[in-house]
Design a protein around this ligand. Structure first.
Ligand SMILES: [Fe+2]
Ligand SMILES: [Fe+2]
Length: 488
């Protein structure tokens, strides 16, 4: 055997150490950048809290600049890179990285470069510009560049999105929303078609399903909150299809947060989309029965996990996608402690995919008002009930990540604010779970001509306190509110 030359090994070793150094420092940089921007939004520049945070940030960047000629932070396809090294975050760090990616996206820049000799004044000016940059104008990037030039910042540069992935109109929030909506309904159609073919015993065309899921994953990586907000719309006629798509989106979003690879995410999405495949074999009058189910009807319902396995088995070829989907179909009502159905005699842990799908499934069912509770629960109430059953029905770690993803007040929650106004949560805020974005739909007298969307993290400059805070939630269904009207 030929041994490797010592120089090559040494070189490899150096590049490996350099990579892990960048990885470590990169995570610190993202975290500190996040804290500095948030502090700049709350305090003025002479405030000691802000000054301290800026000192920390400056020190961190200086240390990096001593080792590297220049350092650049880049956002690409939903990930952050520091000098080409992809930064990997833990669950807690994930929200911080999302926050930074969101700023890049809103201001339409792809990378941020620091070079020597960077001064503390330049960094201070730059962070302040970032924290208060206008995103609602026609060209946020141009605006940002003008301000950088006006402040004579020479050693920090921003570069506009250039890759095909993020180019042009797609980075504008409105178009993103339209695209997300299109994909959502496309997937709905695919789910419908596939279940129809299972009903008539034709063999199932799963290629379409896989493609639809790939679209969803691409969309989720670009903008998680848009797709998640669509799952809050529950007034579809065809419940099973809409439910399947919702469970698919929620599962893939959770899987992405856990760091699953693209390939694994596709398999998970596929399994989630077809978790209730067995239901198409059940009589419609049981599925659509408005009242409570009797014991005999329940016995029928409980057959759907096994019926789903059979339907998937009828495919011409068996690949990883269908075998995974079969496991999920079989296990998705078993619960963590195996006390669910179908009855099993084995003692083993549920598959990770099944544990994810179970959480997404119960959440969507509870908030839709089918099967588990005849009247829909508010999103926060559903999460509360699920937390009560963690360990028994759900995997506690996964459930925690799920709650983190949706926020304490998930999209679709109706809230009363301390100003007396009534608002509908339309977007979770990844860094401050209790302060989502809210559309005000009524003032304190119960009236409102036009809707307005407000960010609950906004501070009143005069008092230094939050402008609006959530007091409590209440049920939108009780007020016959059409959530879809506000989400689109
Ligand atoms: Fe089910
Ligand atoms: Fe389900």
């Amino acid at each position: 055997m030929i041994s490797e030359s010592p120089t090559r090994t040494k070189k490899e070793h150096t590049s490996q150490t350099q990579k892990s150094y960048l990885l470590e420092q990169g995570k610190k940089l993202v975290s500190q950048l996040h804290t500095s921007i948030r502090t700049a939004q709350i305090y003025d520049r002479s405030n000691l809290v802000y000054v301290r945070q800026m000192e920390n940030l400056f020190e961190l960047i200086q240390a990096l600049l001593e080792k590297e000629r220049e350092i650049f932070l880049k956002s690409k396809e939903g990930y952050l890179f520091l000098n080409e090294t992809r930064l990997k975050f833990s669950l807690d760090g994930y929200t911080l990285s999302k926050y930074i990616i969101e700023i890049f996206k809103r201001l339409q820049f792809e990378s941020l470069t620091f070079s020597s000799p960077l001064t503390a004044r330049e960094l201070d000016e730059f962070v302040f510009i970032l924290a208060h940059a206008a995103t609602e104008c026609k060209d946020p990037f141009e605006n940002l560049q003008k301000r950088i030039a006006a402040s004579h910042i020479q050693n920090i540069k921003v570069e506009r999105f250039a890759s095909e992935w993020d180019v042009g109109d797609q980075s504008l929030p409105e178009n993103q929303k339209k695209l997300a909506k299109k994909r959502f309904f496309k997937t709905l159609l695919v789910a419908q078609e596939m279940m129809e073919s299972a009903k008539t015993r034709r063999s199932i065309n799963t290629i379409k399903g896989k493609r639809a899921i790939q679209f969803l994953i691409d969309q989720l990586i670009k903008d998680e909150s848009n797709l998640l907000s669509l799952t809050a719309i529950k007034n579809f006629d065809e419940y099973t299809f809409a439910h399947s798509v919702n469970v698919c989106i929620l599962s893939v979003a959770l899987g992405a947060r856990l760091g699953l690879s693209r390939r694994k995410l596709s398999e998970l999405g596929f399994a989630a989309l077809f978790h209730d495949m067995g239901k198409v074999k059940l009589p419609l009058d049981i599925l659509n029965k408005p009242g409570e189910l009797n014991e005999k009807e329940w016995r029928e319902i409980k057959k759907h996990p096994v019926l789903g396995v059979k339907a998937l088995l009828s495919r011409r070829s068996l690949d990883r996608f269908s075998t995974r989907a079969m496991v999920v179909s079989f296990e998705h009502h078993l619960k963590m402690d195996l006390s669910g159905y179908p009855q099993v005699s084995f003692k083993k842990d549920l598959n990770l995919f099944s544990r994810i799908v179970t959480i997404a499934d119960v959440y969507d069912s509870m908030t839709s008002g089918r099967v588990y509770a005849k009247t829909p629960l508010t999103p926060d109430e559903a999460l509360k009930r699920m937390i009560e059953k963690q360990g028994k029905s759900f995997d506690p770690v996964l459930l925690k990540a799920f709650v983190n993803m949706l926020g304490i007040y998930p999209v679709g929650s109706l809230v009363i604010l301390d100003t007396g106004e009534v608002g509908l949560v339309i977007e979770a805020n990844p860094t401050e779970l209790a302060r989502p974005k809210v559309t005000i739909i009524a003032d304190k007298n119960g009236k409102r001509e036009e809707t307005e969307t407000v960010d609950l993290t906004r501070i009143d400059e005069k008092t230094g306190k939050y402008k609006r805070t959530i007091l409590k939630t209440f049920d939108p269904h009780r007020y016959n509110l059409d959530i879809a009207r506000y989400i689109y």
